[in-house]
Design a protein around this ligand. Sequence first.
Ligand code: GLY
Length: 418
Amino acid sequence: MNVLVIGSGGREYAMVKALTKSPSVTKVSAIPGSSAISEMAYVPSSVELSSHSAVLSFCKDEEINLVCFGPEAPLVDGLSDFLRENDINVFGPSQVGSLLEGDKLFAKIFLKEFDIPTGDYIEVSDIASLKKALDETSWQTYVFKYKDLAGGKGVLVSKSKDEVMSFAKKFGVTKNQKEVVGYLEEPLYGWELSYICLVNETGYAVCPILQDHKRLKEEDEGPNTGGMGVVGPLKIEGSLEEQIKETIVKPTLEGFKKRDMLYRGVVYFGVMVTEKGPKVLEYNVRYGDPEAQLIFPLVDTDWFEVMNKVAKGEDFKLPEAKTYGACIVLAADGYPEKPKKGAVISGAKSESIYHAGTRKDRDRNWIVNGGRVLNVLGFSNDLESAISKAYENVSKVEFKGMQYRKDIGAKIIDKSFS
Ligand code: GLY
């Protein structure tokens, strides 16, 4: 079988690696791919992701049996629909399904329509509507969310009305704005988990439950990032998991059916466990990054077979993870605001390292080429030693300005997360 992976980061590195292990896969290709991915897969240099017809021609020429989507942007751009319309087998939701991530207002309306627990919100279009919302709400902390994709930069959490006003202006909240630009959202307090499911019309399967660390610095300080590290599987109480399934997962799948939304891929429920129960913070329509870097190695299965069944709308299963894992993200100097590229990396090649923002130079050195550079993994029979192993592996890597958190998983170990 021939598989095409769409994407180029650490998540796609993990996906390619998992797919190459399947006995039924003969060739994996990746677009746009990366230097590191090209060591495991065919990366055509001439195919642009933005040209849907070029991707389709590649699929036909290479007799691709399955296309697996990594990031959300090409889904929101309609590539999955275009390929399906041309008889290509696709793991990834339809364009309308991908709006759950691509349009946060669409997601909020969906959540409210199907009575799925989430924070309340007030729509914002022009300056007057934002000012009214800020003045009338009793929320002590203001959460402003821009509705469209903004590479993780469209959310502000602040106690200052002025800061919210100037942030919102940057995203188009102006005097004469008529359409909704975003919303002010009720802040949710509690602890967060990444509840990631594979989904199609036959049902769903839950991936290992993980906890991400979104802030750059220890103790959840500093700016928001794409994620600085994950640990898991989290063993949550059965009653909590039951609540997540009954009040969040099942109504979401019902919603897909009622709205006739074709959904064959991943639903990543960003869940906040609050005093009033679990609530949806956000939907993502893809594996998390760096969550995928743990999910694939933790679940010992034929990943081609699973994703192929999901893509075809057939029954599928996912075995439980038998071990624990930790993934520490090594980020570039200046990440997330302005990551500096070009530093030479030492110790970059090992089985415990999944590449993300790297490239190889002419002298065959690994070079920093993005914000999140490497994912360093550790696995063991218990979480604490998985985390220790991951940090031991981190100590073998070096590059100028390397940033990483030293407390990944610490709150889980000392149980202060609940
Ligand atoms: N790690 C968070 C995300 O993938 O959105």
